[in-house]
Design a protein around this ligand. Structure first.
Ligand code: PLP
Length: 363
């Protein structure tokens, strides 16, 4: 009997690979012949420690993370990173530059202002966040504590294709919605952080990849639990970690390896997004993409049905046909198809077919 899976385009939490869910199901009540679920074990036990350390090393291998970086498993989501980054690296008299490419950049920026001076390095707000600024539009000072970017804008459906060169100034990226979707040269970044619930696993784990020299420069007069050094010094086992989430993350990483690694994943993501963007582009204006062509995200495909009344009907009929999560974010409206790693090509093809059919019926 085959498992019936939804056409899941949720923006987050989002689809997980079926194979991973099935493996977790098999192991749920008895992990490795221990007579216990991984959730029931001490985080200091041998079995759990193996899961924990293997997940860390798999992520290091997949991204070819250099030895001068620490990988941390934290909690509190990417939203806590909006606070931890400035709390650790900003203070009176220091300045950080934020590139504004959407609502998540705005949220990160707002937190930074609580700790020191935060300024806009560039913003595409006037263009309704339809694009990523060009690299030469980004302004920052050599003395800045860091430059912050959002690598993929989940709500507006834009994605950085190349990253700015910031020289000695650490580049910090919120990669929540495109982590593990393509190869990235980690050595360009001071910090990469991401909530797990899109490409990495269930919500509850936050991955932080941080260059070791930054740990030494971090503020020391902040709460213990909010210092990166606390977690780096304790192999992310300072307090009880989200053990089940980290186990799931490890299984997702094995799945990514089995797909052929990040290069293969990127190729799949390219093909998946293309079938949907092609429908939009060939619709003679029936559908309209939100993002400019050069800034389009492979993860979140944002679009409108140009006729507003038909748009409501489109979303209603899509729901009826079994497509989940196609409503745009409540702050912008319209439609959004999130095609993260675990969304199969066939699901994207099914949506593309549905869009063509809907257009044929209504034009
Ligand atoms: N940053 C980006 C780009 C996101 O897409 C999200 C959530 O969707 C967040 C941050 C917030 O993440 P969390 O809910 O893990 O705090």
């Amino acid at each position: 009997q085959t498992t019936k899976r939804a056409y899941n385009f949720n923006a987050g939490p989002s689809a997980l690979p079926l194979e991973v869910l099935q493996k977790a199901q098999e192991e749920l009540v008895d992990y490795n012949n221990t007579g216990m679920s991984i959730m029931e074990m001490s985080h200091r036990s041998k079995d759990y420690e193996t899961v924990h350390n293997e997940a860390l090393s798999r992520l290091k291998t997949l991204y070819a993370i250099p030895d001068n970086y620490e990988v941390l498993f934290l909690q509190g989501g990417a939203s806590l990173q909006f606070t931890m980054v400035p709390m650790n690296f900003l203070s009176e008299g220091k300045k950080a530059s934020y590139v504004m490419t959407g609502s998540w950049s705005e949220k990160a920026f707002k937190e930074a202002k609580l700790f020191g001076q935060a300024v806009e390095a560039a913003s595409t707000k006037e263009n309704k966040y339809r694009n990523i600024p060009t690299l030469n539009e980004i302004q920052f000072d050599e003395n800045d504590a860091y430059v912050h970017i959002t690598s993929n804008n989940t709500i507006y459906g834009t994605q950085w294709k190349e990253f700015p060169e910031t020289g000695e100034v650490p580049l910090i990226a919120d990669m929540s919605s495109d982590i593990l979707s393509k190869e990235v040269d980690v050595s360009k970044f001071g910090i990469i952080y991401a909530g797990a619930q899109k490409n990495l696993g269930p919500s509850g784990v936050t991955v932080v990849i941080i260059r070791k020299d930054l740990l030494e420069k971090a503020n020391t007069t902040i709460p213990t639990i909010l210092k990166y050094t606390t977690h780096a010094d304790n192999n992310s086992l300072y307090n009880t970690p989200p053990t089940f989430g980290i186990y799931m993350l490890g299984e997702v990483l094995k799945w990514v390896e089995a797909q052929g690694g990040l290069k293969a994943i990127e190729k799949n993501n390219d093909e998946k997004a293309k079938v949907i963007y092609d429908v939009i582009d060939q619709s003679n204006g029936f559908y309209k993409g939100h993002a400019t062509l050069e800034s389009r995200s492979l993860m979140n495909i944002t679009f409108r049905v140009t006729d507003e009344e038909l748009e409501k009907q489109f979303l209603a009929e899509a729901k009826e046909a079994g497509f989940i999560g196609l409503n745009g974010h409540r702050s912008v409206g319209g439609c959004r198809a999130s095609a993260y790693n675990a969304v199969p090509f066939e699901t994207c093809q099914a949506l593309a077919d549905f869009m063509v059919e809907f257009q044929n019926k209504h034009s």
